[in-house]
Design a protein around this ligand. Structure first.
Ligand SMILES: [Mg+2]
Length: 300
């Protein structure tokens, strides 16, 4: 995969999607949400379908399927909890969810090695995700990527319930939250991929010509469409496209997506599906084979 003149394209800045590009979000979400549901069904006796239906209403209201106060707001559990909060009454189920999340969140092979190589070469890597801020930071810390990415862009967190300070619900001391080295920026409220304005805003501080910027992501309609719209080099993380059907079905049952979103997702008409310039079937590490990464400082 080379230019017409036989050289690999030179890249001085990499922008990367996070979920299903650096790690398998789909798999980890399914494992952790499934563990929560199993635990709640066992402890409460409430039917799974009732929990799912109520969860979906809350996820839609909050605009995320990773809502930290879900259990407290499920009406069927509020009724059963008596004098304590549902969070306290169903602590075991929450614990099972946390354990599953921790166990099933892992990087794809070669990600650390690739990011380290770029870091050592002086090529900045910037993350851009649609996941909320809190869980994005949790994943970056847990997977030890703090500092390997120069910056990360995400939406700000979903609103917390009135009168509830998120910090008061956290189990650890303050130094266990936030990122030490990676700079965290918020995208404008309501801005979703594939919005070219967001990507231009992410690129602006670096002053790298778009012809030397690469963008990698697993979604053809979001990531690749946005990269091509802006005119940077696009690379499809094909290895990250999830084929876990049960996970997708579970996500659909409780997703914050509206029917209109799901219809749009289904209408992936072949004629409008972008054809990626580069397709990575094996893994993130293929970036090192495809591109000639050089820092702006070294190259000029
Ligand atoms: Mg993704």
């Amino acid at each position: 995969m080379t230019n017409e003149d036989g050289n690999k394209p030179r890249v001085a800045l990499l922008v990367t999607d996070l979920d299903n590009t650096l790690w398998d979000w789909f798999h980890a979400w399914h494992a952790s949400f499934g563990a929560l549901l199993d635990g709640l069904v066992a402890a409460s006796g409430v039917e799974r379908s009732v929990l799912e239906e109520e969860a979906r209403a809350i996820h839609r209201r909050r605009g995320t399927t990773e809502y930290s106060w879900l259990v407290d707001e499920l009406p069927c559990l509020q009724e059963l909890s008596g004098k304590v909060t549902p969070r306290e009454a169903f602590d075991d189920a929450l614990h099972q969810q946390n354990s599953a999340r921790l166990k099933e969140t892992f990087l794809y092979p070669g990600v650390v090695e690739t990011l380290t190589a770029l870091h050592n070469a002086g090529v900045p890597v910037v993350g851009y995700t649609e996941s909320p801020r809190f869980w994005t930071e949790w994943r970056l810390r847990t997977l030890k990527l703090d500092g390997l990415l120069e910056a990360v862009w995400s939406p700000r967190d979903h609103d917390s319930p009135k009168g509830l300070d998120p910090v008061s619900l956290r189990r650890y001391s303050a130094e266990n939250y936030g990122l030490a080295e990676t700079k965290h920026e918020n995208v404008a409220d309501g801005a979703v991929k594939p919005n070219p304005e967001v990507l231009r805003e992410i690129l602006a501080p670096y002053g790298v010509p778009y012809s030397e910027v690469a963008y990698i992501g697993d979604s053809l309609h979001k990531d690749i469409a946005m990269a091509q719209d802006v005119g940077v080099i696009d690379a499809h993380a094909k290895y990250g496209v999830s084929h876990e059907k049960p996970a997708y079905e579970q996500l659909r049952r409780v997703s914050h997506w509206t029917e209109a979103d799901i219809e749009r997702e289904k209408l992936s008409l072949p004629k409008v599906t972008p054809v990626p310039s580069y397709s990575l079937a094996k893994g993130f590490h293929e970036l090192l084979e495809i591109f000639d990464f050089q820092s702006v400082r070294a190259a000029r």
